[in-house]
Design a protein. Structure first.
Length: 341
């Protein structure tokens, strides 16, 4: 019986993707060291799907554990989410990010090659387009210089995977370059549950709305955008999860080794201020905010050209801004303390 291995599957995007895979009847094995997640996410995924997940707690840096897992299951493919993702933290702890994200991937791919598992979907990021890139970002653009060690790890892993494909003509890679995932499963049972102070806008907005934080700080209102706040391409996490399923289906049907990148975004930019106003409009909950100085490294605006994913993967984002706001609020208001109820 074939299985899919999901690294980092207890995390935010991973848990939503595992849910979509289980709903389609796939057999899923998760490895996660729970460094930024809770096993409770997978308990809830099991309840929602009515299907079991096989879970291993541990790191992809632990090759003995990986070999043990690969010996027990016949994997058709791997979806690789495991990694650390806090941009600011990566500036202060670059070696920890290179070790976990880059060395972790090398460790995983070595074991994949050993067991002849040749299909890999990797969580990359729009950050690989770098500082000087002109939006909308398109996959044919030359990659730039990411502004943080976190971004560098994504670029390095993409380059390492391209080299692996050059050396192994059976190996197939889809690098999925995410834009800004937000929202939660429509059940309100799983969602984004960051440790400590949220780094991303949406969990911060939700935590202010639920009364856990007093007000939102908006970093800069003098950017070269319509209302002066940064513009990003926000994509609903369920659309993103379905993008992984589409990429996997495409990948396993390719006859030869390849390494292809796909932007997963909506193609529409929204400003920070517009997000706050939309949240208030659709949830009827006020979000007090103040403007504070810009943060280092934030770009004015970027969004995706997502045509390639539409053409090749037959995937498009369908959820609306209203879905993103209502689903975020359903998750946060049902679970004010995240998974630590
Ligand atoms: N959320 C975003 O805005 C965003 C944007 C672009 C790319 N990504 C990438 O997508 C992936 C998933 O992001 P997310 O938002 O779900 O983050 P997340 O932190 O919720 O999920 C990552 C998971 O990986 C686990 N993990 C970390 N290091 C591990 C290791 N060495 N071995 C095993 N498990 C490990 C964590 O415990 C966590 O459950 C990450 O690689 C991230 O860099 C995220």
């Amino acid at each position: 019986m074939n299985h899919i291995l999901v690294t980092g599957g207890a995390g935010y995007i991973g848990s939503h993707t595992v849910l979509e895979l289980l709903k389609l009847g796939e057999n899923v094995v998760v490895i996660d060291d729970l460094s930024n997640s809770s096993k409770e996410s997978l308990n809830r995924v099991e309840t929602l799907s009515g299907k079991a997940v096989t879970f291993f707690e541990g790191s992809i840096l632990d090759q003995d554990l990986l070999v043990n897992i690969f010996s027990q299951f016949s994997f058709s493919s791997v979806i690789h989410f495991a990694g650390h993702k806090a941009v600011g933290e990566s500036v202060n702890k670059p070696l920890s990010y290179y070790h976990n994200n880059v060395q972790g991937t090398v460790s995983l791919v070595e074991v994949m090659e050993k067991f002849n598992v040749n299909n890999l979907v990797f969580s990359s990021s729009a950050t690989v387009y770098g500082e000087g890139a002109k939006p909308p970002y398109i996959e044919t653009q030359t990659l730039g210089c990411p502004t943080s060690p976190y971004g560098q790890t994504k670029l390095m892993v993409e380059r390492i995977l391209a080299d692996v494909v050059r050396s192994n003509s059976d190996f197939k890679v889809a690098n999925l370059r995410y834009f800004n995932p937000i929202g939660a499963d429509e059940s309100g049972q799983i969602g984004e549950d960051p440790n400590g102070i949220p780094n991303n806008l949406m969990p911060f907005v939700a935590q202010v709305a639920v009364g856990k934080r007093a007000e939102l700080s908006i970093f800069g209102n003098d950017y070269a955008t319509e209302d002066g706040t940064c513009e990003r391409d926000y994509i609903h996490v369920t659309d993103l999860a379905q993008g992984h399923v589409a990429a996997l289906n495409w990948l396993v049907n390719q006859a030869h080794g390849l390494c292809e990148a796909f932007n997963l975004g909506t193609g529409t930019p929204y400003s920070v201020l517009k997000i706050v106003k939309s949240f208030e409009q659709y949830t009827k909950v006020k979000v007090p905010f103040k403007f504070v100085p810009r943060r280092d490294g934030d770009l004015d605006a970027f969004w995706a050209n997502a045509d390639k994913a539409a053409d090749k993967l037959n995937w498009q984002a369908h959820k609306t801004m209203q879905d993103m706001m209502e689903d975020t609020w359903r998750w946060q208001s049902n679970n004010p303390n995240g998974y630590n109820a």
